[in-house]
Design a binder for this molecule. Structure first.
Ligand SMILES: Nc1ncnc2c1ncn2[C@@H]1O[C@H](COP(=O)(O)OP(=O)(O)OP(=O)(O)O)[C@@H](O)[C@H]1O
Ligand SMILES: [Mg+2]
Length: 281
């Protein structure tokens, strides 16, 4: 190999997407009339939206608009006082977060929630817990079925590590990584859950330009090549406008509008919410 050639990792399609077109990947979400209050603070007020399988929906809005609260309702971390959330026709409004992971909703957090003292591989490995089919006894005896399952878990994790190009970080403690890389590991952990619906809360926050470009590439490949359904909350408008299929805008806990990126960027209410008086602009 000549000196100028850059070694690129093999980046095939992770086998978690082999079942792309089946009902396993079905992720139709409907949010109807959801309201959430914290004492006198109205975090969400009568929110209606839907996500269809294969879509990349972005949720935007100024600070405190209720974006994270909405994601927390969808992923079972908050319980709205009013309204209903249906996932593939099933009412999930009152279901706890761990049971939503089992039916295919995986997420990342605005403030990274990884185990900093554990290695990258161990953090990803923990996510496979939901797909663990064997009990304590067979695990202690390391029966052939356990061995086969462990090999499958390991293969899936290595594919995700390859896809996210974090091979060299595999055995590093997460706490020692730069912030942008932690965000990438957190995406890896969410992917290891094999989510039908991937929910991402500000995955680009704190990243430098190169890290953002890589993340855009990963998200586009997940969504456009492999049909991964996603809800993305993000402040970086240039990224949102270039990757989202549809955008929902929140402001002061209310849904301001929704539409394609082209519609949203020209919408006077959106301009007003972000920049002040639209007429003056
Ligand atoms: N656990 C909580 N307890 C009390 N108030 C909360 C809680 N979570 C959210 N809020 C309030 O709800 C409102 C919406 O907050 P939220 O975090 O959803 O906004 P956001 O759109 O994600 O903002 P940002 O862009 O800054 O992340 C805020 O007024 C916030 O203070
Ligand atoms: Mg937030």
């Amino acid at each position: 190999m000549d000196k100028g050639t850059v070694m690129k990792a093999f980046r095939g399609r992770p086998s978690i997407y082999d079942r792309c077109q089946t009902e396993v990947r079905s992720a139709d979400l409907t949010v109807t009339g959801v309201s959430l209050r914290f004492g006198g603070v109205v975090a969400l007020s009568d929110i209606n939206l839907s996500v269809k399988t294969g879509e990349l929906l972005a949720v935007i809005g100024p600070n405190g608009a209720g974006k994270t609260s909405l994601l927390n309702c969808i992923t079972g971390f908050y319980r709205p006082q009013e309204g209903a959330i249906l996932f593939n026709g099933q009412n999930i409004t009152r279901k706890p977060a761990h049971s939503l992971v089992k039916i295919g909703i995986g997420r990342t957090f605005q403030n990274i929630e990884l185990f900093p003292g554990m290695t990258v591989l161990s953090n990803l490995y923990l996510a496979r817990h939901t797909h663990c089919g064997y009990g304590f006894g067979p695990a202690c005896l390391y029966l052939p079925a356990v061995r086969r399952e462990e090999i499958r878990h390991r293969r899936i994790l290595e594919e995700i590590i390859d896809f996210l190009e974090i091979q060299s970080l595999r055995n590093k403690p997460v706490g020692a990584l730069p912030y942008g890389m932690m965000k990438r590991v957190e995406l890896g952990r969410a992917l290891a859950l094999e989510p039908a619906l991937l929910v991402l809360d500000e995955p680009f926050a704190g990243m430098n330009l190169e890290e953002k470009e890589d993340m855009v590439r990963f998200l586009l490949e997940l969504n456009r090549s492999w049909g991964q359904t996603m809800i993305l909350v993000e402040h970086d408008m240039s990224i949102v406008m270039s990757i989202a299929g549809r955008i929902v805008v929140l402001n002061f806990g209310e849904k301001l509008t929704e539409g394609t990126p082209e519609e949203i960027v020209r919408h006077p209410d959106v301009i007003k919410a972000y920049l002040g008086d639209a007429d003056a602009i």
